[in-house]
Design a protein around this ligand. Structure first.
Ligand SMILES: CC(C)(COP(=O)(O)OP(=O)(O)OC[C@H]1O[C@@H](n2cnc3c(N)ncnc32)[C@H](O)[C@@H]1OP(=O)(O)O)[C@@H](O)C(=O)NCCC(=O)NCCS
Length: 298
């Protein structure tokens, strides 16, 4: 059944009010954060997720300020313990349209991949709709496969703007040594995009082979001459595993994907889905690029 609000079929109907179970873990309840103690818990959660010295760090002061000015943080609570949160503030598009700007979302490692991030986003959506806002934006790493899946597939965001090393290159923590390139996710919450299944003949524009020694995926040449309406761009299943094993290779991935996405965005394509492509030796994780008339100009 298609949900009129989200444009999704029933498999996407989890919302903030959906029964809060994460199998084998404490039940999760979502609520808006209201105290300094809760904001401080979010500081600690960031340190657990990103490591102690990463550039990704939003202090309680910013969360308090956002909360006093039309923004908010939603926490995912296991009892009194915050195991996930999303922080947002009001913003403007370049054209002066009011939107919500999502600053940060994090979920404790033990609770990841259980739908908590999705539920936090749906709570965010409900809040924005109640404020009469129809667009939420945030930045995300196109090399982070789970984030790409959540944003472009589960939520129905589109992305066609590329920012090079936008937050600087962290020296320590989860993303140490990797330039912080990001895409801008645009989530049109009244009618999120329903990702299409790619046609069987959709080409994969980058040549990826496992390294014979390490078995890590290596991005070789990129084909920048394609003109089909749907293209697939392979990304690693786990950029984190590559970073831990071979930082230089992770940086090569960053630069290679940067070249591909910047090129095709300039040709009028937009990142509008995530697809797992079964292959003989492995499942390929792919960003789906579509040549569109364009997401609404923001
Ligand atoms: C990004 C993050 C907030 C998502 O939270 P989450 O609770 O794990 O999200 P969800 O479980 O709702 O969705 C993740 C989806 O990615 C899928 N996934 C997991 N690993 C994947 C991979 N390698 N490739 C593709 N999809 C993957 C999960 O299965 C899940 O989809 P499903 O529900 O269809 O099974 C969390 O992973 C996190 O805190 N990451 C580190 C911090 C970060 O990157 N924050 C975002 C930028 S501010």
């Amino acid at each position: 059944m298609i949900d009129q609000a989200t444009g999704r079929d029933g498999s996407f109907e989890r919302t903030a009010s959906t029964p809060p179970f994460v199998s084998g873990l404490s039940p999760i309840e979502l609520r808006r954060l209201a105290s300094l103690d809760e904001y401080r818990q979010c500081e600690e959660l960031q340190a657990r997720v990103w490591g102690p010295d990463d550039v990704v760090r939003v202090p309680a002061l910013v969360m308090v300020t956002a909360g006093l000015n039309g923004g908010y943080a939603f926490g995912a609570f296991a009892g009194e313990r915050i195991v996930g949160f999303v922080l947002a503030s009001p913003g403007l598009t370049e054209a002066g349209r009011v939107k919500q700007c999502s600053i940060l979302m994090a979920v404790d490692a033990a609770y990841q991949n259980n739908g908590v991030g999705h539920r936090l986003k749906m709570a965010q959506r409900e809040t924005a709709l109640a404020q009469g806002i129809d667009l939420i934006t945030w930045t995300f790493d196109p090399l982070a496969s789970a984030n790409v899946h959540l944003n472009l597939h589960k939520l129905g965001c589109v992305a066609s703007r590329y920012f090079v090393d936008v937050y600087g290159t962290p020296e320590r923590g989860l993303n140490a040594g990797l330039p912080s390139d990001r895409l801008l996710a645009e989530w049109w919450i009244r009618k999120p995009r329903v990702p299409i299944a790619p046609p069987a003949a959709a080409p994969v524009v980058g040549e990826v082979e496992p390294d014979p020694q390490s078995c890590l995926p290596v991005l070789h040449d990129a084909d920048l001459s394609r003109r089909e309406s749907v293209l697939l761009v392979e990304i690693p299943e786990s950029i984190r595993a590559i970073k831990l094993a071979d930082l230089e290779l992770a940086v090569r991935w960053r630069l290679g994907l940067r070249e591909i996405l910047q090129h095709y965005f300039a040709q009028g394509y937009c990142a509008a889905g995530f697809h797992r492509l079964p292959g003989e030796d492995r499942v390929r994780h792919c960003i789906l690029l579509e040549r569109l008339d364009g997401p609404e100009a923001i």
